[in-house]
Design a protein around this ligand. Structure first.
Ligand code: SAH
Ligand code: SF4
Ligand code: F3S
Length: 446
């Protein structure tokens, strides 16, 4: 197939999954833009469509297969369209086999470890017919100096580490993202400094387990030390990070959060379950008591801290008593918000073959009870902010109401408010007038 050199070429990227994937898509965008392609929202006018996939739960995979059906019809209409699929699903051999067998109209398949090879794969694909597959089993050195096309310049994601060594028994990520490895601190520093020079106010440091940052580096440095270095970069106003693993969450890091002025008073600390029996089967390496002790210490050091979490409902063997332990823990911690998931079997992980898989109807019933409790607590926590003035990083005009602006507090709460459109991209004081379950309403104090 040949690239048409006389016409402007368009691309479209669809991203599933976590911030890690979102940020990978930003890198793919930048590669295509440096080749002269222009991004489009419209799939129908695209010359290249990339699907960046996730396989953390079954429904994420089903969405991708659903999309492929639609893309087959588009490809029939426009045989010059290039379809590329990448991301975590592609790191699984059975998925690649399925694509070869059932979706042969796809042009390029690549994985998470060879993202940087995309321009070359694209070029090769133009020279040939049929499906080109290149997936690396192992991570190599971290490719540096890849261009990134940032979606929103006041806020930016920065990778500080890749992969995961924790092997929680339900989780596919260590198999799709490889072993844990940290980026060199000076590379991170340079990237953040450049972002700051270009007007970025907020950075989010990304890793599957940021608290173990530095362990693979020759020069010893830990995550708290990295935060200190980044805190000194002029222009950066807010530093956020995710995800923290409770087992590696140290008192030193709590002190760092409490003392560094730019580090947001918000922590995402996934608990997954409140019962020791389930935590142990999950291979989480902490007990309910360890977790609660750390939460209490954190709250005493940073009283205004917002805490969010991830919880899995219906892990194999979860009894009613185990589930009650989760509800009780949620009541004690009083999370500001939580992502809740129905346990999903991931082939190849230890939990997939554990006995006593929980039937869907029981999972669903527990899930609904948990969500109700979390929403009640979230609303109560939001109510505490009514009447207060909070700093909001303004992201743009609200989707639901063009007369309102939208942004986030330093505790990462969503705020819709009335204010001058000129404040988009800056941090402004907003008075909170009303609380909702998932957001706040306010008026700017400018
Ligand atoms: N590294 C992060 C997040 C990884 S994936 C961490 O450890 O917290 C994001 C969330 O997906 C996890 O926290 C977990 O709650 C959920 N998850 C992972 N595997 C799952 C599975 N098989 N079924 C249901 N939820 C799952
Ligand atoms: Fe998955 Fe556990 Fe690693 Fe998070 S820490 S990515 S849940 S294995
Ligand atoms: Fe993220 Fe999904 Fe991969 S959660 S790391 S994109 S499996």
């Amino acid at each position: 197939m040949n690239k048409n050199l006389n016409k402007q070429m368009y691309y479209n990227v669809q991203t599933f999954g976590c911030q890690m994937n979102f940020h990978d898509s930003e890198k793919l965008s930048a590669m295509l833009q440096s080749l002269g392609y222009v991004e489009t929202e419209k799939k129908a006018e695209s010359d290249i469509i990339i699907i960046n996939t996730c396989c953390v739960r079954e429904n994420a995979e089903l969405k991708v297969y659903g999309n492929l059906g639609e893309l087959k019809r588009m490809k029939q209409k426009n045989p010059n369209l290039i379809l590329a699929i990448c991301g975590c699903m592609m790191q699984q051999k059975h998925v690649v086999e399925k694509i070869k067998k059932s979706y042969p109209f796809v042009d390029i398949v690549f994985g998470t470890h060879n993202l940087h090879r995309f321009p070359e794969l694209l070029n090769n694909s133009y020279q040939m017919e049929g499906l080109l597959v290149e997936v690396w089993d192992q991570e190599n050195d971290i490719p540096e100096n890849l261009p990134v096309e940032r979606k929103y310049s006041a806020k930016a994601f920065v990778n500080i580490m890749y992969g995961c060594n924790n092997f929680c028994s339900y989780c596919i990520v260590p198999y799709t993202r490889g072993r844990e490895r940290s980026r060199e601190p000076d590379k991170i520093y340079d990237e953040v400094q450049k972002l700051a020079q270009n007007g970025t106010l907020e950075i989010t440091l990304l890793g599957q387990n940021v608290n173990s940052y530095g362990k693979t580096l020759q020069k010893p440095i830990d995550f708290s030390d990295l935060l200190k270095v980044i805190n000194d970069i002029p222009g950066i106003e807010r530093i956020r990070f995710m995800t923290s693993h409770p087992a590696d969450f140290s008192e030193k890091l709590m002190d760092t959060i409490a003392t560094l002025d730019k580090v947001s008073p918000h922590i995402h600390l996934p608990v997954q379950a409140g019962s020791n029996a389930i935590l142990s089967k999950m291979n989480r390496k902490y007990s309910r008591e360890d977790y609660l002790k750390k939460i209490n210490m954190l709250k005493s050091k940073t009283p205004n801290i917002a805490i969010s979490t991830d919880i899995i409902v219906g892990f194999p063997g979860e009894t009613e008593k185990d589930f009650d332990d989760t509800l009780e823990l949620v009541r004690q911690v009083e999370y500001d918000s939580a992502f809740t998931f129905l346990y999903s079997i991931r082939t190849g992980t230890p939990a997939a073959t554990m006995e006593n898989q929980i039937p869907d109807n029981i999972k669903m019933e527990r899930f609904n009870r948990l969500v109700k409790l979390i929403n009640e607590i979230g609303y109560k926590k939001n109510m505490h902010l009514v009447g207060k003035v909070v700093p909001v990083l303004v992201e743009g005009v609200s989707k639901n109401n063009p007369n309102r602006l939208t942004g986030r507090t330093d505790t990462h709460k969503l705020v819709n408010f009335e204010g001058p459109p000129s404040c988009v991209g800056s941090i402004v004081p907003v008075r909170i007038n009303e609380a909702k379950t998932f957001s706040l309403l306010g008026t700017s104090e400018l």
